[in-house]
Design a binder for this molecule. Structure first.
Ligand SMILES: [Zn+2]
Length: 230
């Protein structure tokens, strides 16, 4: 076994160990990262110039082109308010003598943005006088919050760039458009890689990892010889 092979083997072990400690990784993203690592570091055809890393990865995964785009779409870095907003159904004004919320059907609804994370939460209230009075200062605060809150910190995706340096942005844009039907997707101001995002209070930040470089050569392809440690 050459020094290169030994290094690649150690490196591949590190990659697997790191991937298996990531609890928030969707299955498709994990498959893709493991396959990219295998193809770049361990696969017998890793020095074969006649096949690109991306094509070989698709072969290894036995995936269609469409499935590959779905894997990429799972990892589009973005903020998804549905992931964290646990707003209860019904009016959220507290009852006076009982320790629970009013819970009647809501008539007034609005969003409030967190001043630190930029994340939104939904408020809903019924039409009773007491509940409307309770809601008024919250409504004023919420309206103000929408003008001062920062860009929401992404809470989905951004894991592939933790492991591999590549020109991910056009790939994510295409996956967002064709799989998520989101033509307006743009890279988060905080960065594409989840380890660049600010810490969210109460959540453990994503750990970074020494990245492998994947260099796009022409269009969708990745140059074989260009997978290198950085
Ligand atoms: Zn109510």
């Amino acid at each position: 076994m050459s020094i290169d092979d030994k290094n690649a083997l150690a490196r591949y072990d590190q990659l697997l160990a790191r991937v298996y400690t990531e609890r928030r990784m969707p299955t498709g993203t994990r498959d893709l990262i493991l396959a990219l690592g295998w193809v770049g570091l361990r696969d017998l055809r890793r020095h074969d110039p006649t096949i690109t890393t991306w094509t070989r990865t698709r072969e290894v995964l036995n995936a269609t082109n469409e499935q590959m785009w779905r894997h990429l779409a799972d990892d589009v870095p973005r903020y998804d308010s549905k992931l964290h907003d646990q707003t209860p159904n019904g009016c959220q004004a507290p009852m006076v003598r009982v320790d629970r919320l009013c819970g009647r059907n809501t008539v007034h609804g609005f969003s409030e943005r967190d001043p630190v994370t930029g994340w939104s939460r939904h408020w809903g209230f019924c039409n009773r006088q007491r509940c409307r009075e309770y809601a008024t200062p919250i409504y004023k605060r919420a309206r103000h919050s929408c003008t001062v809150a920062p860009e929401p910190i992404p809470n989905r995706g951004g894991l592939l760039p933790l492991f591999f340096t590549w020109d991910w942005e056009p790939k994510y844009r295409k996956a967002a458009k064709h799989i998520l039907f989101d033509s307006g997707w743009g890279p988060p101001g905080y960065g594409l890689s989840a380890d660049e995002w600010p810490a969210v209070p109460g959540q453990e930040p994503v750990k970074s990892f020494p990245k492998l470089r994947l260099i796009a050569s022409h269009g969708e392809t990745v140059q074989r010889s260009a997978l290198a440690l950085i």
